[in-house]
Design a protein around this ligand. Structure first.
Ligand code: AMP
Ligand code: MG
Length: 353
């Protein structure tokens, strides 16, 4: 298949062509404020099947449906509670996905992987919203990467993974947050974070007030844990994600103790003949000696590390690194989502200092 390349900066013609391709059952990658998505008409089972095939995504991992506004979301849901309405009003458009009871027949059963819920969000990216509106359809869109690869934050990443496997790519430059949306499910007076992201637990708690409790998703993070037997589950979170080709070790804990611990790991791996890299904060980066030291930005601005993480993981591959040591961040605000993705990239290899 020939992939068409469109630019979001070119007059409306490109955007309209991309929208027409979506409406005709095509699969098209487009920018959002989180990462690039690979979109298809959520009501068209054949289009959705092609999304799974292009990504090599397991069919039991449901897709997020992207819509133009809250009223389009309401058309997909069987019912919406006051708490869910409040979340929509507060965070949409934006990087928050709500898991809602699905209205029968509203989307292809492939989208929900057979569940009785559908995940929905309204993206805050202007190009994404205009594209969805012009297509006139709810758009199912997982991240536009091959399964197991870091999510794309540049059009070049999408091209690397999916050229020739999709109908088109709408280039809108670098994405904003750099990590996927926060996924939540409300149940009575509880909100469960199924996947942390750009909308943080602190922001959610503030929006819903004291009478609703917000439960985090990661264990061992010092967050108040949800009663696990009642906590809803997100099928996708069981998959190893975001992995670079080299082995990644996450060093978490006290920043003051981190430099010595990271350098010791680097030195030891180099002695084994490995090509070693470090993902380091700007403050610590000059202190390391390794084959590559990749700067993730200042420790006081974890938003920068979130924005650049996936591009840096791809760079680790490009540089042929066998072993990567990554500095951890404080599990607060966007730091919680950042650490969640780093733990996944590390496949559980975490050294606490
Ligand atoms: P991705 O599209 O790659 O960002 O992944 C979408 C995430 O949303 C995965 O972790 C899915 O498991 C999750 N998700 C999508 N639909 C549902 C649903 N109906 N219930 C729970 N989690 C969902
Ligand atoms: Mg993904």
């Amino acid at each position: 298949m020939n992939t068409k390349y469109w630019s979001a900066d070119e007059a409306l013609a490109d955007l309209n062509e991309a929208a027409a391709a979506l409406a005709a059952g095509g699969i098209v990658a487009f920018p959002t404020e989180t990462v690039y998505g690979l979109g298809g008409d959520a009501g068209n089972t054949e289009a959705v099947r092609r999304i799974f095939a292009a990504k090599g995504r397991p069919s039991d991992n449901p897709l997020i449906v992207h819509v133009e506004d809250a009223s389009a979301a309401l058309r997909l849901a069987k019912q919406v509670s006051d708490v869910e309405r409040r979340l929509m009003e507060t965070f949409w458009p934006g990087p928050l996905t709500l898991v809602l009871p699905v209205r029968e027949g509203a989307v292809s059963p492939l989208v929900t992987a057979g569940l009785d819920t559908v995940a929905v969000r309204v993206p805050a990216h202007e190009t994404a919203r205009r594209l969805i509106a012009a297509s006139g359809r709810p758009i199912a869109a997982p991240s536009a990467n091959r399964s197991g690869r870091p999510s794309p934050t540049l059009a070049a990443h999408v091209r690397e993974d999916l050229d020739g496997r999709i109908d088109g790519l709408l280039d809108g430059g670098p994405t904003g947050v750099g990590l996927e949306s926060t996924v939540v499910q409300a149940a009575g007076d509880r909100i469960h974070i199924l996947r942390p992201g750009g909308v943080t637990r602190e922001m959610l708690q503030q929006a819903v007030g004291e009478r609703v409790s917000v439960f985090g998703s990661d264990s061992g993070t010092g967050e108040a844990a949800a009663p696990q037997e009642h906590a809803p589950r997100s099928p996708g979170v069981k998959y190893a994600h975001y992995a670079p080709k080299g082995e990644l070790l996450l060093v978490a804990g006290n920043p003051a103790a981190m430099i010595a611990a990271v350098q010791a790991q680097v030195t030891e791996a180099k002695a084994r003949g490995l090509r070693v890299g470090v993902l380091a904060s700007s403050e610590h980066a000059p202190r390391y000696e390794a084959d590559a030291v990749l700067d993730c930005g200042s420790r006081s601005e974890p938003e920068l590390a979130a924005q650049s993480l996936y591009a840096l993981l791809r760079e680790c591959d490009d540089r042929g690194l066998d072993f990567i040591v990554a500095e951890g961040y404080e599990e607060r605000g966007i730091g919680a989502a950042l650490m969640n993705r780093l733990r996944k990239a590390a496949g559980g290899r975490v050294l606490h200092v």
